[in-house]
Ligand binder design. Structure first.
Ligand code: HEC
Ligand code: HEC
Length: 288
């Protein structure tokens, strides 16, 4: 009996370490791949109003949630076997200190560092479609932000993170693999309450609520996080008034008085959205 059990256990151990080796090998191939890509130059504004708008956009687009309130980097997801994720220091004293404008565009819009390495958990699919005008304001603000000396903790991907990624269940891993580098971004888009502008704004919500806004478990975060809610016509948000929607998105308070934990949904960032932006998103999700 014991002998058989011993053999079974041995076979299992061999199978497991083989599987682990295969996962590691396949993951490493993706991690090591470099993508050489020189995005077109964009022009940066220098006037005070555009720089102030750039600061607001940095907040609305959630850069603070992962890069910290002073942009010097922070741990935003300590997700056990999935991994340990920290945003880079993106102040002029950090990882971006030698960045040219093209480097900024490559990182924010395409998820690649200057050497063509695919950034991990940097949600560039949300930023890829930003207009040149909005991206220019964001970059202009970041380049003039206060330099902060800080070396954020090193990011690491755990065994479960690698398995999830290889199974196609962790789209936030290497977003550079998901972005169409031949798409030509719009030069600008005038803010309005029209659904077309709502679609533009709601890209900020797709990292958690999904590209189709159907919600569900958020890939790559610790298991205690609640699933993101369904924002499509099958979700309860469809029955909410514009005011109720605005209150939930900007203060985290739902119509039933329940509070959304800002660690799970970054409404502290969305608080800087304008009424026009909120109404456009509201009209967009109701037009689906
Ligand atoms: C969901 C979390 C998250 C959000 C939101 C986010 N980032 Fe990142 N970002 C990261 C992580 C993690 C890294 C480090 C990735 C790596 O080194 O592989 C990163 C890296 C970067 C880098 C590259 C730095 C380097 O090492 O060269 C830049 C630039 C950057 N982010 C800018 C931004 C800007 C601008 C925004 C807002 C528009 C933003 N990020 C929003 C997570 C995020
Ligand atoms: C970092 C992840 C994340 C992002 C980004 C995010 N959400 Fe959420 N959202 C969640 C989670 C998680 C919940 C569920 C919270 C709960 O149940 O307490 C939620 C809940 C909601 C709700 C409540 C719906 C309901 O039925 O209770 C609304 C409305 C909402 N989100 C809108 C948005 C909008 C609009 C955006 C983009 C501007 C957005 N969210 C971006 C994670 C996110």
């Amino acid at each position: 009996m014991l002998k058989i059990l011993g053999r079974v256990l041995l076979a299992l151990a061999v199978a497991l370490s083989l599987a682990a080796a295969v996962v590691h090998f396949r993951y490493e191939a993706h991690r090591r791949e470099r993508i050489a890509f020189d995005p077109p130059e964009i022009s940066l504004p220098t006037d005070a109003a555009s720089l102030a708008e750039g600061r607001r956009l940095v907040q609305v687009k959630g850069c603070y949630d992962c890069h910290g309130a002073d942009l010097s980097g922070r741990v935003f997801a300590d997700a056990g076997p999935v991994g340990f994720f920290a945003g880079a220091n993106i102040t002029p004293a950090g990882a971006t200190k030698d960045y040219g404008v093209r480097d900024w565009v490559r990182a924010v819009r395409y998820g690649l560092n200057p050497e063509g390495r695919k950034l991990i958990f940097m949600p560039s699919t949300e930023f890829a479609q930003l207009t040149n005008e909005d991206l220019g304001k964001i970059i202009a603000h970041l380049r003039t932000a206060a330099p902060v000396q800080n070396q954020p903790a090193a990011l690491s991907v755990g065994p479960l993170g690698k398995v999830l990624y290889l199974a196609g269940k962790f789209p936030l891993m290497f977003q550079a693999e998901l972005i169409d580098r031949t798409a030509v971004p719009l030069e600008s888009l005038a803010p309005s309450t029209e659904p077309v502008y709502g679609k533009y704004m709601i890209a900020s919500c797709t990292g958690c609520h999904g590209a189709d806004l159907r919600g569900g478990p958020i890939p790559g975060v610790p298991p205690e996080w609640p699933p993101a809610s369904d924002l499509t016509p099958t979700g309860r948000v469809q029955t909410w008034t514009l005011q109720q929607f605005a209150t939930a998105v900007k203060t985290g308070t739902k119509p039933d008085g329940q509070q959304i934990n800002p660690a799970y949904m970054p409404w502290t960032s969305f608080a800087a959205m304008t009424d026009v932006e909120i109404e456009a998103m509201y009209r967009y999700i109701r037009s689906q």
